[in-house]
Design a protein around this ligand. Structure first.
Ligand SMILES: [Zn+2]
Length: 254
């Protein structure tokens, strides 16, 4: 059975100047990242968690002097429940002046249509009401035609389409700072055992073959800092974790 906590604070930390990491702290949630504009105090949020964890995120943000009311942009890595469900309470929190939501292709389409079956993939045995959330159509900016997005002038992310875990999965790559936000494409490897880690490919729209290609693709980027959707982040030499993910996934056959 899943257990969720509305109150547990997400303890964040600044990992690169003006970029903060808030680790997942409950079932079916995700890591979240926030970039602050040092001049205007505006905030960009990467992934929204499961919705129940939103209070905990807000608490954690306040500890770091980040005011949730200043969130002006929400970037999504893909359409799944643990990354997007927080959008609905977040929009309710803002009402008057909601932040801009940005997502790629299929993810944008699914959120615009409020397609529950795609937000809740497969047979996870969960539904929106368990999170106290109602899925409604949202206004979403599609990143599909954008090669690059500027986040408060200091961060310029390239948008790379990296499907395989889901059809709407993308990776955000900052080439100057060598930061990769890959959603559920690749995770921290088990270096001791020489085993790489990557996202599931058995949900609808997932594909092992496509996941392999996407991992091969990001393995060619120069990555120092890996900020994945789940588990630990990697703050140095992240390239070797991605290389291991690619090595490990090549041993799987379909
Ligand atoms: Zn996912």
């Amino acid at each position: 059975m899943f257990s969720f906590s509305r109150e547990s604070e997400k303890r964040g930390k600044e990992i690169v100047r003006n970029l903060y990491y808030f680790p997942e702290n409950q079932m079916l949630d995700c890591n979240q990242y926030i970039i602050e504009d040092p001049d205007t105090k505006e905030l960009a949020l990467f992934d929204t968690g499961n919705g129940i964890s939103l209070n905990g995120l807000f608490k954690g943000m306040k500890q770091l002097n980040l005011d949730p009311i200043n969130i002006s942009k929400v970037f999504l890595t893909h359409e799944h429940v643990d990354h997007t469900l927080g959008l609905y309470p977040l929009m309710e929190f803002f009402r008057e002046k909601p932040p801009e939501i940005l997502a790629y292709g299929e993810t944008a389409k699914i959120l615009r249509e409020g397609d529950i079956s795609r937000i809740f993939p497969g047979n996870l045995g969960i539904k929106p009401s368990m999170f106290g959330v109602e899925i409604i159509p949202l206004k979403v900016t599609d990143l599909e035609r954008m090669k690059e997005i500027e986040v408060f002038s200091e961060f310029k992310f390239e948008i790379h389409y990296t499907p395989g875990h889901s059809l709407g999965s993308i990776s955000y790559y900052e080439p100057t700072k060598k930061i990769l936000i890959p959603g559920d494409l690749v995770f921290q490897a088990e270096l001791r055992y020489n085993i790489g880690s990557f996202g599931r490919y058995d949900f609808p729209g997932g594909s092992l073959e496509t996941l392999k290609k996407s991992i091969e693709y990001v393995s060619k980027l120069n990555v120092l800092t890996l900020l994945p959707g789940h588990m630990n982040i990697v703050e140095e030499n992240a390239g070797q974790h991605i290389a291991l993910a690619y090595k490990t996934i090549q041993t799987l056959h379909y």
